[in-house]
Design a protein around this ligand. Structure first.
Ligand SMILES: Nc1ncnc2c1ncn2[C@@H]1O[C@H](COP(=O)(O)OP(=O)(O)OP(=O)(O)O)[C@@H](O)[C@H]1O
Ligand SMILES: [Mg+2]
Length: 316
């Protein structure tokens, strides 16, 4: 069953210097039970894409495209209507959420903000159970965010954002600021929440494709506002098709090889300005396999081994 559908979405930021073309024609669906991972370098438009789904706000401007949640069109809905879907239908843990917990409110108070007509007692009771589930004491309810460690905060954020059992949980870089052990615990928590039916499906955003591989069923790779490749996780990581995906995978440290011993093979050059992105394929200026036409014509969607790839190498 399809929960979410994003069709040819273009979301720009209106700035004094012009439009920043942060998301420029992205199409994908999310089905029930699935974990979709979104990977890509810093600035590729990952946060803009997922924020726009349920938290659109200026200076974001939707230039084109539509979003549907269970057949209901979200694009064009009033903020109030979207607010009713947030937490219960689609819940997002925005990037840096754990650092933006209100410092003057106790955890209990933050949770009660979700009540909105629901029984406060039931909500707190549920929060108690969920805290237990993530190995936190219920005493956390009477604490201020500042009293919690990073790992504890991330678990609290996870409990809050899933308290109303959302169909879709969007998690944006929730493991990035954590040490490896805590990262693993957070990934396990997501898996548990999915297995117990608290959440039905997940969009997991991270620049860390190795972490993604541990959790995602499908992986979507973004570059400079464009989707470059999307398909099953094993295929994308084990046999990447797009030169950018390949470079991204090759830049990962091999298992057992320490960062210090072997320098990472980075991708030469840097992502383009999205105020004035290159013509043709946006990766072409950095691509070692670029053909002449890559610099002038946008690559069409091509199906390669059941995977959607946007690259001229596959559609000559
Ligand atoms: N409020 C804003 N105004 C103008 N440009 C913005 C704004 N927010 C983001 N951008 C630009 O939009 C582009 C995409 O940013 P976004 O934060 O979506 O990328 P990201 O892939 O999430 O990066 P990261 O991995 O660093 O989180 C970048 O070029 C960024 O500079
Ligand atoms: Mg981001």
């Amino acid at each position: 069953m399809e929960l979410l559908r994003v069709e040819d979405l273009h979301v720009y930021y209106l700035t004094l210097r012009g439009y920043v073309r942060a998301v420029d024609g992205v199409t994908f669906t999310l089905t029930k039970g699935e974990v979709l991972g979104i990977a890509g370098e810093s600035g590729s438009g990952k946060s803009t894409l997922v924020n726009y789904i349920i938290l659109p706000k200026p200076p974001m401007v939707r230039v084109k495209g539509r979003i549907y949640y269970k057949g209901l069109e979200l694009t064009g809905l009033a903020r109030e209507e979207l607010g009713k879907i947030r937490y219960k239908g689609i819940s997002i843990i925005p990037q840096y959420a754990m650092d933006s917990l209100s410092p003057t409110k106790k955890v209990k108070r933050i949770i009660l903000d979700l009540a909105r007509g629901r029984s406060r007692e039931d909500l707190i009771e549920k929060a108690r159970e969920r805290l237990k589930l993530v190995n936190l004491s219920e005493r956390v309810l009477d604490m201020y965010p500042i009293e919690l460690s990073g790992g504890m905060k991330q678990r609290v954020v996870m409990v809050i954002s899933t308290l109303l059992d959302p169909d879709v949980l969007i998690a944006d870089e929730i493991t990035s600021a954590l040490d490896v052990t805590t990262q693993r615990a957070v990934l396990e928590m997501i898996r548990d929440f999915k297995e117990t039916g608290i959440i039905k499906s997940v969009i997991f955003v991270t620049h860390d494709i190795a972490a993604l591989y541990q959790i995602a069923d499908r992986i979507m790779v973004m570059y400079a506002g464009k989707l470059v490749e999307i398909g099953d996780a094993d295929g994308v990581v084990g046999n990447p098709k797009h030169p950018y995906t390949r470079a991204l995978i090759e830049s990962l440290p091999r298992i057992g090889v320490r960062y210090k011993v072997k320098r990472l093979k980075g991708i030469p050059g840097s992502p383009p300005s999205l105020l004035n992105p290159p013509r043709g394929c946006r990766f072409s200026p950095r691509c070692s396999e670029a053909l002449e036409k890559c610099r002038f014509e946008e690559p069409p969607e091509t199906l390669v081994d059941g995977r959607r790839v946007y690259c001229w190498l596959y559609s000559r």
